[in-house]
Write a protein that binds this ligand. Structure first.
Ligand code: WT7
Length: 651
C-alpha cells in the first residue's frame, strides 16, 4: 500500500487504559459491536434502559419503510429530554454537582450552575415560553452566543415539547432571516450583544434587521448581556430577566413520544438553500448519551470541555445533550483561544482541572503554529483524554496534540460524524482501539460503514471511495424540514437503503476507516461546512457580478479556505474597491465565516458544452495546478479560458 499515513506510528491501548474502559477493553468492544450489528433493535432495546422513560410501550423498537424513507425508533415510548438531562440526576443525589461550568470571555467572569439550579432555571424559562403561547410542536429560534441562557433555552424548549432551531450567533441577519422563515418560528430568544476577545459584538441589531421580514415571530426575549443600548420593539420584545422574575418555579415535563421532533439545525449542502436537519427525541438522546459515555469514557466527577459553539451540532450533542443526559459536568466557554493571551485554553484547563478536552483540528494547528511556550505555562496534568472533530486531522497536528497537550500519555479520539448523524459514528475508544494518527478508526455500536466506488462496487481494502452507512440508526436525522424529497435524494437514493455521507473514505487492511474529506461541493473552513452554491449565490446578489464559482484551496490553519472566480457584467471593471465590496457582500449575506480568501476576476469560466461550470478544473487551478495537471480539457466549450485563469491566478 502506498499510503504513507499507514506506515505511521501506532498507539495501542495501555493495560491501565484497558482496565478503565467502560466497554471492557478490546474484547468487550468486539462482543458488544458484533451484538449491535447482528440484531440492532435488540441491542438498542437493551440500551434504552440508560434513559428514564414515562412509558416503554413501543410496538416495535425499529420500523423502516425503505420506499418512503420514513423510519422510527421506539415509537410509542414516552419520555422527556429535560427530565433525562436534569430531574433524574437531581433525584439521584446530583443536586449540588456542577452541571455547567461557564467561563466568560473575560477570565474573571465565571458561573457554575449545579444540576439543581439548572433545573430551576429551565422550569422557569419553560413557563416563560408557555406564557407567550408557545406550545408543543411550535418552533423557537435561538440566536445567542455561548452564555448559560443558551443551554437553559434549549432545555426549556424540550421541557414543553417546543422545537428549537439554533442559529449560530455570528451568522448574518440574512442567514438568520432564512432560518426563521423556513421553519416559521413563533418566538426568538436573543441578546443585546456578546463579547468576543474583549470586544462587544452586536447581535440585537442583526436580529432586528432579520425580524423586519419575519411575520411569524410574535415574541422576542432578550438576554441582557452587554448592556448596549438596543432597539426593543414595543409589544414584541421583552427582557429575559423581567420575564424570569415573574415566572413560576415549577413546570411539569411534557410526555413526548420518542419520535416527536426535538430540534432543527440548519446546515449547508451542495445547493444554495441551507437544509433544516430534523432530529427527534428518543433515539437522538439515547445515542448521544451513550456515545458521550463510551467515546470519552466519562467517569463521574470528571470535568469535560468541548470548545465548540452550541450553534453547531457538536455543541448540541456534546456540550448540552450528551453530557447532561449522562450526568456529567460540562464546561461552556464564551471566549476565544487568543484572549486575553495565547494561553487562554490552557489557563481555563488548569483553572477547572479539565479531565477531557475536545476541540477541532483547526485549533490544534493554530496552537501548534503559535508554539509550545503557551501550553508550557500551565499545569495540564489533569487532562487524561483528548478529542478531535470537524475535519481530518493531519498526522503532524495529531502528534503535536498528543505530545505537547497530552504529555504523551493521553489517547486522542478522532471522532467522525455529521449534523445529520446526530452522534459520533466512527471513533477510537480509549482502552480499546489502537490509535493511528489521522485515522478515525472504528465504527460505534450499531453503525456499519461501507466504502463504495461511484459505480456502487464495494472498495477493496486500501482503495479510496465514498463513505456510506448501512441502514438507519437511532440518532439519524429523520428528514429535512419541509423537504423530504431533498432528504431522500441527498442521503438515501444514491444507493437505495444506504445513507450517503458526502465524504470520501478508505478502509485499510486492518479494517480501520480513514476519512478523506467531502466529495461534494461543500467547503470545510475551520471545520465549518459552507456550501459553494451558497457563497456563489451571495456573490450574485451584487449588481456587478455576472458569474461566480467558488472552490476550496488548502489552508495551513483552517484546513480549507474559499477561492472565488468572478466574471463581471458589462459596464463594470475590476478594482480593489470592487473586490472589497464583493467580499463584504458575502460576509453580509452568509456571515464572516464564509469570507473568501481570494477573489480572482476573470473573463470566463471553464464550462462543459451544456454550460455546467467545471469546478473540478477550478479547484486544481486555485490550488496551483498547471495546464498539464488538469486532465482532459478538450471537452470544454472554450478550452482557451484555462490559460487565462492560470495566468491570472492569485497565489
Ligand atoms: C463534516 C460534517 C459533526 C461534527 C462537526 C461538523 C467533516 C467531521 C470529522 C473527522 C474528518 C470530519 C466531514 C463531515 N468531519 N468530523 N473526525 N475527520 N472529517 O459537523 O458541520 O455536519 O460537518 O465534517 O467532512 O461530513 P458538520
Amino acid at each position: 500500500m502506498s499510503d504513507k499515513k499507514e506506515a505511521g506510528k501506532l498507539f495501542p491501548p495501555t493495560e491501565e487504559l484497558k482496565k478503565m474502559s467502560l466497554v471492557g477493553g478490546p474484547e468487550g468492544y468486539k462482543k458488544m459491536y458484533e451484538e449491535s450489528i447482528r440484531d440492532p433493535p435488540a441491542f438498542w432495546e437493551k440500551m434504552s434502559d440508560n434513559l428514564d422513560w414515562f412509558s416503554k410501550d413501543w410496538d416495535s423498537v425499529f420500523n423502516w419503510d425503505k420506499e418512503s424513507g420514513h423510519f422510527t425508533w421506539f415509537k410509542g415510548g414516552k419520555l422527556n429530554v429535560s427530565y433525562n438531562c436534569l430531574d433524574r440526576h437531581v433525584l439521584n443525589g446530583k443536586k449540588n454537582q456542577a452541571a455547567i461550568i461557564w467561563e466568560g470571555d473575560d477570565p474573571n467572569e465565571t458561573r457554575v450552575l449545579t444540576y439543581g439550579e439548572l433545573l430551576t432555571e429551565v422550569e422557569k424559562f419553560a413557563n416563560v415560553l408557555k406564557s407567550k403561547g408557545v406550545q408543543k410542536g411550535d418552533r423557537v429560534s435561538v440566536y445567542l452566543p455561548m452564555i448559560p441562557e443558551l443551554a437553559i433555552t434549549l432545555l426549556a424548549c424540550t421541557r414543553i415539547g417546543a422545537i428549537h432551531s439554533v442559529v449560530f450567533s455570528a451568522f448574518s441577519a440574512e442567514a438568520l432571516f432564512n432560518r426563521i422563515d423556513d421553519c416559521a418560528s413563533k418566538l426568538l430568544v436573543t441578546t443585546d450583544g456578546g463579547y468576543r476577545g474583549g470586544k462587544k459584538v452586536d447581535i440585537k441589531g442583526n436580529a432586528n434587521e432579520a425580524l423586519e421580514k419575519c411575520p411569524t415571530v410574535k415574541d422576542v426575549i432578550v438576554v441582557r448581556r452587554t448592556g448596549a443600548d438596543v432597539y426593543m420593539e414595543e409589544g414584541r420584545d421583552t427582557w429575559w430577566h423581567d420575564e424570569m422574575e415573574k415566572a413560576p418555579k415549577k413546570c411539569e415535563p411534557e410526555k413526548m413520544d420518542a419520535e416527536d421532533p426535538l430540534f432543527i439545525l440548519y446546515t449547508s449542502g451542495s445547493t444554495g438553500k441551507p437544509k433544516g436537519v430534523l432530529h427527534t427525541t428518543g433515539g437522538y438522546l439515547l445515542q448521544t448519551q451513550l456515545s458521550f459515555q463510551y467515546v470519552f469514557n466519562y467517569r463521574p466527577g470528571e470535568v469535560y470541555w468541548c470548545t465548540a459553539d452550541v450553534g453547531w451540532i457538536t455543541g448540541h450533542s456534546y456540550i448540552v445533550y450528551g453530557p447532561l443526559s449522562a450526568g456529567a459536568t460540562t464546561l461552556m466557554f464564551e471566549g476565544v483561544p487568543n484572549y486575553p493571551g495565547l494561553d487562554r485554553f490552557w489557563d481555563v484547563a488548569e483553572k477547572w482541572k479539565v479531565d477531557i478536552f475536545y476541540t477541532a483540528p483547526t485549533a490544534v494547528r493554530m496552537m501548534r503554529k503559535t508554539g509550545e511556550q503557551w501550553p508550557k505555562m500551565h499545569d495540564l496534568s489533569s487532562i487524561r483524554l483528548l478529542g478531535s472533530v470537524g475535519e481530518p486531522i493531519d498526522p503532524e497536528a495529531w502528534l503535536w496534540y498528543h505530545d505537547v497537550i497530552g504529555g504523551g500519555r493521553c489517547p486522542i479520539v478522532d471522532t467522525w460524524w455529521q449534523t445529520e448523524t446526530g452522534s459520533i459514528m466512527i471513533a477510537p475508544l480509549p482502552g480499546v482501539t489502537t490509535l493511528k494518527p489521522g485515522c478515525a478508526t472504528n465504527p460505534m455500536f450499531g453503525i456499519e460503514p461501507l466504502v463504495c466506488l461511484e459505480d456502487r462496487t464495494v472498495c477493496k481494502p486500501g482503495e479510496d471511495g465514498r463513505l456510506f452507512i448501512k441502514k438507519p440508526w437511532p440518532s439519524q436525522a429523520r428528514t429535512i424540514w419541509g423537504d423530504h424529497q431533498r432528504y431522500m435524494d441527498t442521503y438515501w437514493n444514491v444507493i437505495p437503503g444506504h445513507y450517503f455521507t458526502g465524504d470520501g473514505g478508505r478502509m485499510d487492511a486492518d479494517g480501520d476507516i480513514w476519512i478523506l474529506g467531502r466529495v461534494d461541493d461543500v467547503i470545510s473552513v475551520a471545520g465549518h461546512r459552507i456550501g459553494a452554491a451558497e457563497v456563489e449565490a451571495a456573490f450574485l446578489t451584487h449588481p456587478a457580478v455576472a458569474e461566480a464559482a467558488v472552490v476550496p484551496v488548502p489552508d495551513e490553519i483552517k484546513g480549507e479556505a474559499i477561492y472565488t472566480f468572478v466574471t463581471l457584467k458589462d459596464g463594470y471593471s475590476e478594482s480593489e474597491d470592487l473586490r472589497k465590496a464583493l467580499i463584504n457582500q458575502v460576509r453580509k449575506e452568509v456571515g464572516p465565516i464564509a469570507t473568501p480568501k481570494t477573489v480572482q476576476f476573470t473573463t470566463g469560466l471553464p464550462k462543459t458544452r451544456s454550460g455546467k461550470i467545471m469546478r473540478r478544473i477550478l479547484r486544481k487551478i486555485a490550488g496551483g495546478g498547471m495546464h498539464e495537471d488538469l486532465g482532459d480539457v478538450s471537452t470544454l466549450a472554450e478550452p482557451e479560458v484555462v490559460d487565462v485563469l492560470i495566468k491570472g491566478r492569485i497565489l
